[in-house]
Design a protein around this ligand. Structure first.
Ligand code: URP
Ligand code: ZN
Ligand code: ZN
Length: 465
Protein backbone atom coordinates (compact mmCIF):
# COMPACT_ATOMS: atom_id res chain seq x y z
CA UNK A 1 0.00 0.00 0.00
CA UNK A 2 1.38 3.39 -1.04
CA UNK A 3 -0.08 6.63 0.24
CA UNK A 4 0.85 10.08 -0.98
CA UNK A 5 0.20 13.11 1.22
CA UNK A 6 0.21 16.21 -0.99
CA UNK A 7 0.11 19.99 -0.63
CA UNK A 8 0.76 20.06 3.12
CA UNK A 9 3.24 22.01 5.22
CA UNK A 10 5.68 19.60 6.79
CA UNK A 11 6.41 20.86 10.29
CA UNK A 12 9.47 19.47 12.02
CA UNK A 13 11.58 20.46 14.99
CA UNK A 14 14.11 21.99 12.58
CA UNK A 15 11.77 23.95 10.35
CA UNK A 16 8.66 24.00 8.19
CA UNK A 17 8.38 23.68 4.43
CA UNK A 18 5.97 22.73 1.67
CA UNK A 19 6.50 19.09 0.66
CA UNK A 20 4.70 15.91 -0.30
CA UNK A 21 5.24 12.73 1.67
CA UNK A 22 5.20 9.27 0.12
CA UNK A 23 4.45 6.34 2.39
CA UNK A 24 5.27 2.87 1.16
CA UNK A 25 4.08 0.07 3.43
CA UNK A 26 5.02 0.95 6.99
CA UNK A 27 7.67 3.56 6.27
CA UNK A 28 8.18 6.97 4.75
CA UNK A 29 9.67 6.41 1.29
CA UNK A 30 10.23 10.00 0.18
CA UNK A 31 9.74 13.61 1.21
CA UNK A 32 9.90 16.23 -1.52
CA UNK A 33 8.12 18.71 -3.74
CA UNK A 34 6.04 17.68 -6.74
CA UNK A 35 6.03 13.98 -5.87
CA UNK A 36 2.53 13.61 -7.35
CA UNK A 37 3.99 14.12 -10.81
CA UNK A 38 6.60 11.41 -10.43
CA UNK A 39 5.17 8.63 -8.24
CA UNK A 40 2.02 6.52 -8.14
CA UNK A 41 0.07 5.71 -4.99
CA UNK A 42 -2.99 3.72 -3.95
CA UNK A 43 -4.35 6.66 -2.00
CA UNK A 44 -3.70 10.39 -2.12
CA UNK A 45 -4.46 12.57 0.91
CA UNK A 46 -4.85 16.26 0.21
CA UNK A 47 -3.28 18.21 3.06
CA UNK A 48 -3.88 21.70 1.65
CA UNK A 49 -3.88 24.17 4.54
CA UNK A 50 -2.79 21.43 6.95
CA UNK A 51 0.37 20.58 8.82
CA UNK A 52 2.06 17.24 8.27
CA UNK A 53 3.80 16.32 11.51
CA UNK A 54 5.40 13.24 13.07
CA UNK A 55 2.91 11.40 15.28
CA UNK A 56 2.85 12.45 18.90
CA UNK A 57 4.90 10.44 21.41
CA UNK A 58 3.62 10.35 24.97
CA UNK A 59 6.36 8.92 27.17
CA UNK A 60 4.35 8.90 30.39
CA UNK A 61 1.15 6.85 30.56
CA UNK A 62 -0.29 4.43 33.11
CA UNK A 63 -2.69 1.96 31.55
CA UNK A 64 -4.32 -0.20 34.23
CA UNK A 65 -1.98 1.11 36.93
CA UNK A 66 -2.85 -0.36 40.34
CA UNK A 67 -3.16 2.64 42.67
CA UNK A 68 -5.00 3.46 45.88
CA UNK A 69 -6.92 0.18 45.97
CA UNK A 70 -8.15 0.41 42.39
CA UNK A 71 -6.82 0.43 38.83
CA UNK A 72 -6.43 3.19 36.25
CA UNK A 73 -9.38 2.58 33.97
CA UNK A 74 -7.88 2.65 30.50
CA UNK A 75 -6.62 -0.60 29.07
CA UNK A 76 -4.03 -0.67 26.32
CA UNK A 77 -6.89 -0.95 23.86
CA UNK A 78 -9.01 1.96 25.11
CA UNK A 79 -6.08 4.15 26.13
CA UNK A 80 -4.11 3.71 22.93
CA UNK A 81 -7.23 4.34 20.86
CA UNK A 82 -7.85 7.57 22.77
CA UNK A 83 -4.21 8.51 22.21
CA UNK A 84 -4.62 7.96 18.47
CA UNK A 85 -7.70 10.20 18.36
CA UNK A 86 -5.53 12.90 19.86
CA UNK A 87 -2.70 12.56 17.33
CA UNK A 88 -0.41 10.39 19.44
CA UNK A 89 1.05 7.35 17.68
CA UNK A 90 3.44 6.02 20.33
CA UNK A 91 3.09 5.68 24.07
CA UNK A 92 5.64 4.59 26.64
CA UNK A 93 3.83 3.08 29.61
CA UNK A 94 5.10 2.20 33.07
CA UNK A 95 5.33 -1.50 33.88
CA UNK A 96 5.19 -2.04 37.63
CA UNK A 97 7.41 -4.14 39.85
CA UNK A 98 5.51 -4.72 43.08
CA UNK A 99 7.51 -5.04 46.27
CA UNK A 100 9.07 -8.49 46.58
CA UNK A 101 8.60 -9.24 42.88
CA UNK A 102 11.23 -9.61 40.19
CA UNK A 103 11.36 -6.91 37.53
CA UNK A 104 10.79 -9.71 35.03
CA UNK A 105 7.42 -10.58 36.58
CA UNK A 106 6.21 -7.01 36.41
CA UNK A 107 7.45 -6.49 32.88
CA UNK A 108 5.92 -9.73 31.61
CA UNK A 109 2.59 -8.66 33.09
CA UNK A 110 2.79 -5.45 31.05
CA UNK A 111 3.80 -7.25 27.84
CA UNK A 112 0.69 -9.39 28.28
CA UNK A 113 -1.56 -6.37 28.90
CA UNK A 114 -0.40 -4.63 25.74
CA UNK A 115 0.19 -7.38 23.21
CA UNK A 116 -2.73 -7.89 20.85
CA UNK A 117 -4.57 -4.93 22.37
CA UNK A 118 -2.75 -1.70 21.55
CA UNK A 119 -3.81 0.12 18.39
CA UNK A 120 -0.58 2.16 18.20
CA UNK A 121 3.04 1.33 19.03
CA UNK A 122 4.18 1.22 22.61
CA UNK A 123 7.25 0.83 24.77
CA UNK A 124 7.78 0.37 28.48
CA UNK A 125 9.65 1.96 31.33
CA UNK A 126 10.02 -0.12 34.49
CA UNK A 127 8.82 1.11 37.87
CA UNK A 128 11.25 -0.21 40.50
CA UNK A 129 9.69 -0.55 43.92
CA UNK A 130 12.36 -2.82 45.31
CA UNK A 131 16.04 -2.17 44.71
CA UNK A 132 18.25 -5.09 45.76
CA UNK A 133 21.14 -7.09 44.33
CA UNK A 134 18.80 -9.24 42.24
CA UNK A 135 16.79 -6.38 40.73
CA UNK A 136 19.93 -4.30 40.12
CA UNK A 137 21.30 -7.21 38.07
CA UNK A 138 18.00 -7.54 36.25
CA UNK A 139 18.25 -3.93 35.06
CA UNK A 140 21.02 -4.91 32.63
CA UNK A 141 18.77 -7.52 31.03
CA UNK A 142 15.95 -5.02 30.61
CA UNK A 143 18.24 -2.47 28.99
CA UNK A 144 19.33 -5.13 26.50
CA UNK A 145 15.69 -6.01 25.87
CA UNK A 146 14.71 -2.47 24.88
CA UNK A 147 13.36 -1.29 28.23
CA UNK A 148 16.21 1.04 29.20
CA UNK A 149 14.52 3.34 31.73
CA UNK A 150 13.56 2.84 35.36
CA UNK A 151 11.26 5.02 37.43
CA UNK A 152 11.93 5.42 41.12
CA UNK A 153 10.05 7.47 43.65
CA UNK A 154 10.96 9.70 46.57
CA UNK A 155 7.17 9.90 47.07
CA UNK A 156 4.49 7.42 48.19
CA UNK A 157 6.11 5.85 51.30
CA UNK A 158 5.04 2.24 51.73
CA UNK A 159 4.09 1.88 48.09
CA UNK A 160 6.64 2.90 45.45
CA UNK A 161 9.02 4.90 47.69
CA UNK A 162 12.77 4.23 47.58
CA UNK A 163 15.29 5.56 50.08
CA UNK A 164 18.28 7.53 48.81
CA UNK A 165 20.74 4.62 48.93
CA UNK A 166 18.47 2.54 46.69
CA UNK A 167 18.10 5.42 44.25
CA UNK A 168 21.86 5.92 44.23
CA UNK A 169 22.49 2.20 43.61
CA UNK A 170 20.05 2.19 40.68
CA UNK A 171 21.74 5.28 39.25
CA UNK A 172 25.15 3.65 39.53
CA UNK A 173 23.77 0.66 37.64
CA UNK A 174 22.63 2.88 34.77
CA UNK A 175 26.08 4.46 34.66
CA UNK A 176 27.33 0.97 33.86
CA UNK A 177 24.54 -0.25 31.57
CA UNK A 178 23.63 2.97 29.71
CA UNK A 179 20.06 3.19 31.03
CA UNK A 180 18.20 6.16 32.47
CA UNK A 181 16.62 6.74 35.87
CA UNK A 182 13.30 8.59 35.85
CA UNK A 183 12.46 10.22 39.15
CA UNK A 184 9.16 11.10 40.77
CA UNK A 185 10.69 13.80 42.93
CA UNK A 186 8.60 14.84 45.92
CA UNK A 187 9.55 14.37 49.56
CA UNK A 188 6.97 11.69 50.41
CA UNK A 189 7.67 11.32 54.15
CA UNK A 190 7.42 15.09 54.72
CA UNK A 191 4.21 15.24 52.67
CA UNK A 192 2.72 12.42 54.72
CA UNK A 193 3.51 14.28 57.94
CA UNK A 194 1.76 17.45 56.75
CA UNK A 195 -1.16 15.45 55.36
CA UNK A 196 -1.64 13.67 58.71
CA UNK A 197 -1.72 17.04 60.49
CA UNK A 198 -4.30 18.41 58.04
CA UNK A 199 -6.57 15.39 58.40
CA UNK A 200 -6.27 15.61 62.21
CA UNK A 201 -7.51 19.21 61.91
CA UNK A 202 -10.52 18.00 59.93
CA UNK A 203 -9.15 19.32 56.62
CA UNK A 204 -10.08 16.32 54.52
CA UNK A 205 -11.28 17.83 51.22
CA UNK A 206 -9.36 17.27 47.97
CA UNK A 207 -8.07 20.83 48.16
CA UNK A 208 -5.79 19.80 51.04
CA UNK A 209 -4.07 17.29 48.78
CA UNK A 210 -2.65 20.38 47.08
CA UNK A 211 -1.90 22.12 50.37
CA UNK A 212 -0.01 19.15 51.84
CA UNK A 213 2.41 18.78 48.96
CA UNK A 214 4.47 21.95 49.45
CA UNK A 215 6.39 23.22 46.40
CA UNK A 216 9.58 23.02 48.46
CA UNK A 217 9.00 19.28 48.90
CA UNK A 218 9.23 18.92 45.13
CA UNK A 219 12.14 21.33 44.86
CA UNK A 220 14.09 19.62 47.65
CA UNK A 221 13.59 16.13 46.18
CA UNK A 222 14.42 17.33 42.68
CA UNK A 223 17.68 18.84 43.86
CA UNK A 224 18.48 15.75 45.93
CA UNK A 225 18.02 13.24 43.12
CA UNK A 226 19.93 15.41 40.66
CA UNK A 227 22.84 15.63 43.11
CA UNK A 228 22.72 11.87 43.62
CA UNK A 229 22.80 11.40 39.83
CA UNK A 230 25.78 13.74 39.60
CA UNK A 231 27.56 11.72 42.27
CA UNK A 232 26.84 8.53 40.30
CA UNK A 233 27.86 10.18 37.00
CA UNK A 234 24.43 9.18 35.72
CA UNK A 235 21.81 11.00 33.68
CA UNK A 236 18.47 11.63 35.36
CA UNK A 237 15.04 12.57 34.02
CA UNK A 238 12.53 14.28 36.31
CA UNK A 239 8.98 13.24 35.48
CA UNK A 240 5.88 15.43 35.78
CA UNK A 241 7.71 18.54 37.03
CA UNK A 242 5.06 20.95 38.27
CA UNK A 243 6.53 23.95 40.00
CA UNK A 244 9.14 26.69 39.71
CA UNK A 245 11.06 25.52 42.78
CA UNK A 246 11.77 22.21 41.03
CA UNK A 247 12.37 23.85 37.67
CA UNK A 248 15.05 26.05 39.23
CA UNK A 249 16.89 22.95 40.42
CA UNK A 250 16.89 21.55 36.88
CA UNK A 251 17.99 24.91 35.48
CA UNK A 252 20.88 25.12 37.93
CA UNK A 253 21.93 21.55 37.21
CA UNK A 254 21.89 22.06 33.45
CA UNK A 255 23.82 25.31 33.87
CA UNK A 256 26.57 23.37 35.60
CA UNK A 257 26.53 20.83 32.78
CA UNK A 258 24.67 17.98 34.43
CA UNK A 259 22.80 15.36 32.44
CA UNK A 260 19.53 16.48 34.01
CA UNK A 261 16.37 16.34 31.90
CA UNK A 262 12.74 17.01 32.74
CA UNK A 263 9.21 16.88 31.45
CA UNK A 264 6.11 18.74 32.47
CA UNK A 265 2.48 17.90 31.68
CA UNK A 266 -0.49 19.86 30.31
CA UNK A 267 -2.19 19.90 33.71
CA UNK A 268 0.67 21.98 35.14
CA UNK A 269 0.46 24.45 32.24
CA UNK A 270 -3.31 24.88 32.13
CA UNK A 271 -4.83 23.89 35.51
CA UNK A 272 -4.20 25.21 39.01
CA UNK A 273 -4.75 24.50 42.69
CA UNK A 274 -8.02 26.44 42.38
CA UNK A 275 -9.40 23.44 40.47
CA UNK A 276 -8.88 21.33 43.59
CA UNK A 277 -11.45 23.47 45.40
CA UNK A 278 -15.22 23.24 44.94
CA UNK A 279 -15.77 20.58 47.61
CA UNK A 280 -15.34 16.98 46.64
CA UNK A 281 -15.53 17.86 42.94
CA UNK A 282 -11.85 18.76 43.33
CA UNK A 283 -11.10 15.03 43.51
CA UNK A 284 -11.26 15.03 39.71
CA UNK A 285 -8.06 17.06 39.76
CA UNK A 286 -6.08 15.07 42.33
CA UNK A 287 -2.72 14.01 40.96
CA UNK A 288 0.83 14.08 42.24
CA UNK A 289 2.65 16.40 42.19
CA UNK A 290 -0.51 18.44 42.71
CA UNK A 291 -1.82 21.29 40.62
CA UNK A 292 -0.02 24.46 41.68
CA UNK A 293 -0.66 28.18 41.96
CA UNK A 294 -1.09 29.67 38.51
CA UNK A 295 1.44 32.43 39.21
CA UNK A 296 4.33 32.24 38.62
CA UNK A 297 4.33 28.56 37.73
CA UNK A 298 2.51 28.48 34.39
CA UNK A 299 4.66 31.18 32.83
CA UNK A 300 7.87 29.78 34.28
CA UNK A 301 7.09 26.33 32.87
CA UNK A 302 6.46 27.84 29.43
CA UNK A 303 9.75 29.69 29.69
CA UNK A 304 11.42 26.41 30.69
CA UNK A 305 9.99 24.76 27.59
CA UNK A 306 11.14 27.59 25.35
CA UNK A 307 14.67 27.56 26.76
CA UNK A 308 14.98 23.77 26.78
CA UNK A 309 15.30 23.43 30.55
CA UNK A 310 12.20 21.28 30.03
CA UNK A 311 12.51 19.03 27.01
CA UNK A 312 9.24 17.11 26.89
CA UNK A 313 5.54 17.45 27.60
CA UNK A 314 3.95 14.10 28.44
CA UNK A 315 0.57 13.48 30.06
CA UNK A 316 1.02 11.16 33.07
CA UNK A 317 -2.29 9.74 31.80
CA UNK A 318 -3.77 7.80 34.73
CA UNK A 319 -7.57 7.93 34.53
CA UNK A 320 -9.97 7.10 37.33
CA UNK A 321 -13.71 7.61 37.21
CA UNK A 322 -15.05 10.27 39.52
CA UNK A 323 -17.93 7.98 40.46
CA UNK A 324 -16.74 4.88 42.26
CA UNK A 325 -13.00 5.51 42.07
CA UNK A 326 -12.14 9.10 43.06
CA UNK A 327 -14.99 8.70 45.54
CA UNK A 328 -12.85 6.24 47.52
CA UNK A 329 -11.35 9.36 49.06
CA UNK A 330 -14.54 11.00 50.34
CA UNK A 331 -13.74 12.12 53.88
CA UNK A 332 -9.96 11.69 53.48
CA UNK A 333 -8.08 13.20 50.54
CA UNK A 334 -5.21 10.75 51.13
CA UNK A 335 -7.42 7.95 49.81
CA UNK A 336 -8.27 9.59 46.49
CA UNK A 337 -6.52 7.65 43.70
CA UNK A 338 -3.91 9.97 42.18
CA UNK A 339 -4.08 10.63 38.48
CA UNK A 340 -5.86 12.37 35.61
CA UNK A 341 -7.08 11.41 32.15
CA UNK A 342 -5.05 13.24 29.52
CA UNK A 343 -3.56 11.14 26.73
CA UNK A 344 -6.12 12.33 24.17
CA UNK A 345 -5.79 16.07 24.70
CA UNK A 346 -2.04 16.71 24.95
CA UNK A 347 -1.27 17.51 21.30
CA UNK A 348 -4.26 19.82 20.90
CA UNK A 349 -3.88 21.59 24.26
CA UNK A 350 -0.25 22.28 23.48
CA UNK A 351 -1.14 23.59 20.03
CA UNK A 352 -4.02 25.74 21.25
CA UNK A 353 -2.40 27.10 24.41
CA UNK A 354 1.22 26.89 23.32
CA UNK A 355 1.37 27.76 19.63
CA UNK A 356 -1.79 29.84 19.27
CA UNK A 357 -1.23 31.21 22.75
CA UNK A 358 2.10 32.64 21.60
CA UNK A 359 4.23 30.63 24.03
CA UNK A 360 6.08 28.37 21.58
CA UNK A 361 6.58 28.08 17.83
CA UNK A 362 4.91 25.28 15.92
CA UNK A 363 8.36 23.77 15.40
CA UNK A 364 9.00 23.70 19.16
CA UNK A 365 5.52 22.18 19.58
CA UNK A 366 6.52 19.29 17.32
CA UNK A 367 9.80 18.99 19.15
CA UNK A 368 8.33 18.68 22.65
CA UNK A 369 5.42 16.41 21.70
CA UNK A 370 7.34 14.09 19.40
CA UNK A 371 10.95 14.63 18.35
CA UNK A 372 12.60 15.18 21.71
CA UNK A 373 10.76 12.28 23.39
CA UNK A 374 11.93 10.10 20.49
CA UNK A 375 15.53 11.24 20.94
CA UNK A 376 15.66 10.99 24.73
CA UNK A 377 13.94 7.63 24.79
CA UNK A 378 15.87 5.81 22.09
CA UNK A 379 13.38 5.86 19.19
CA UNK A 380 14.83 8.52 16.88
CA UNK A 381 14.75 8.77 13.84
CA UNK A 382 12.47 5.74 13.47
CA UNK A 383 9.91 7.79 15.41
CA UNK A 384 9.62 11.55 15.83
CA UNK A 385 10.76 12.50 12.32
CA UNK A 386 9.36 13.02 8.84
CA UNK A 387 12.28 11.62 6.84
CA UNK A 388 12.72 8.81 4.36
CA UNK A 389 13.19 5.53 6.22
CA UNK A 390 11.27 6.58 9.35
CA UNK A 391 8.16 4.76 10.49
CA UNK A 392 5.15 6.30 8.76
CA UNK A 393 3.67 7.63 12.00
CA UNK A 394 2.19 10.81 10.55
CA UNK A 395 -0.53 13.24 11.55
CA UNK A 396 -2.27 15.53 9.10
CA UNK A 397 -3.12 18.35 11.46
CA UNK A 398 -5.74 21.01 10.86
CA UNK A 399 -4.61 24.21 12.61
CA UNK A 400 -7.99 25.85 12.02
CA UNK A 401 -10.49 23.20 13.16
CA UNK A 402 -12.26 24.05 16.41
CA UNK A 403 -13.66 21.58 18.90
CA UNK A 404 -15.06 21.49 22.42
CA UNK A 405 -13.48 19.09 24.89
CA UNK A 406 -15.99 16.97 26.77
CA UNK A 407 -16.28 13.64 28.56
CA UNK A 408 -19.33 13.05 26.35
CA UNK A 409 -17.16 12.88 23.26
CA UNK A 410 -13.68 11.91 24.42
CA UNK A 411 -12.44 8.35 24.03
CA UNK A 412 -10.58 7.98 27.31
CA UNK A 413 -12.12 5.63 29.83
CA UNK A 414 -13.00 8.28 32.39
CA UNK A 415 -16.40 9.69 33.29
CA UNK A 416 -15.16 13.28 33.36
CA UNK A 417 -12.72 15.60 31.65
CA UNK A 418 -10.46 18.09 33.42
CA UNK A 419 -11.04 20.43 30.47
CA UNK A 420 -14.83 20.04 30.20
CA UNK A 421 -16.32 22.66 27.90
CA UNK A 422 -12.99 24.13 26.77
CA UNK A 423 -13.19 25.38 23.20
CA UNK A 424 -9.89 24.84 21.47
CA UNK A 425 -8.49 25.24 17.99
CA UNK A 426 -6.38 22.64 16.18
CA UNK A 427 -7.17 18.96 15.67
CA UNK A 428 -5.84 15.84 13.97
CA UNK A 429 -7.63 15.03 10.69
CA UNK A 430 -5.71 11.91 9.69
CA UNK A 431 -3.57 9.83 12.04
CA UNK A 432 -1.32 7.21 10.53
CA UNK A 433 0.49 4.52 12.48
CA UNK A 434 3.22 2.71 10.51
CA UNK A 435 1.44 3.45 7.24
CA UNK A 436 -2.08 2.49 8.37
CA UNK A 437 -4.67 5.21 8.84
CA UNK A 438 -5.99 4.64 12.36
CA UNK A 439 -8.14 7.79 12.69
CA UNK A 440 -9.71 9.76 9.87
CA UNK A 441 -11.91 12.81 10.44
CA UNK A 442 -12.97 11.71 13.89
CA UNK A 443 -13.62 8.05 13.00
CA UNK A 444 -11.52 5.17 14.26
CA UNK A 445 -10.23 3.14 11.32
CA UNK A 446 -7.48 1.24 13.12
CA UNK A 447 -7.27 -2.24 14.54
CA UNK A 448 -6.80 -3.65 18.00
CA UNK A 449 -3.45 -5.44 17.97
CA UNK A 450 -1.90 -3.27 15.26
CA UNK A 451 0.38 -1.66 17.84
CA UNK A 452 3.81 -3.25 18.29
CA UNK A 453 6.30 -3.23 21.13
CA UNK A 454 9.13 -0.79 20.37
CA UNK A 455 12.48 -2.10 21.46
CA UNK A 456 14.22 1.11 22.48
CA UNK A 457 17.93 1.87 22.40
CA UNK A 458 20.00 3.64 25.01
CA UNK A 459 20.91 7.25 24.30
CA UNK A 460 24.08 9.28 24.54
CA UNK A 461 22.65 11.59 27.19
CA UNK A 462 25.84 13.65 27.48
CA UNK A 463 25.26 14.82 23.91
CA UNK A 464 21.67 15.82 24.71
CA UNK A 465 22.45 18.36 27.46
O1 URP B 1 -0.94 11.33 40.19
C1 URP B 1 -0.23 10.63 39.50
N1 URP B 1 0.82 11.17 38.95
N2 URP B 1 -0.54 9.33 39.29
C2 URP B 1 0.20 8.39 38.57
C3 URP B 1 1.37 7.85 39.31
C4 URP B 1 2.58 8.74 39.20
O2 URP B 1 3.10 9.15 40.22
O3 URP B 1 3.03 9.03 38.10
ZN1 ZN C 1 4.95 9.85 39.47
ZN1 ZN D 1 3.01 8.88 36.29
Amino acid sequence: MRTLIVNGTVVTADGSYQADVLVDGETIAAVGTGLAATVTADETIDATGKYVIPGGIDVHTHMELPFGGTFAKDTFETGSRAAAFGGTTTIVDFAVQSKGQALRTGLDTWYAKAEGNAVIDYGFHMIMSDVNDATLAEMDQLVAEGVPDFKLFTAYPGVFYSPDDHIFRAMQQTTRNGGLILMHAENGPAIDAVAADLVAEGKTDPYYHGVARYPVFEGEATNRVIRLAEAAHAPVYIVHLSVVDALNQVRAARDRGSMAFAETCPQYLFLSIDDLGNGFNGAKFVCSPPLREKNPNWQELWTGLRKNDLQVVSTDHCPFDFHGQKELGRGDFRKIPNGLPGVEDRVDLLFNGGVLGGQITKERWVEIISTEPAKLFGMYPKKGAIVAGADADIVVYDPERKRTISADTHHMNADYSCYEGWEIQGASDVVMSRGSVVVRNGEFTGRKGHGKFIKRATTDYARMV
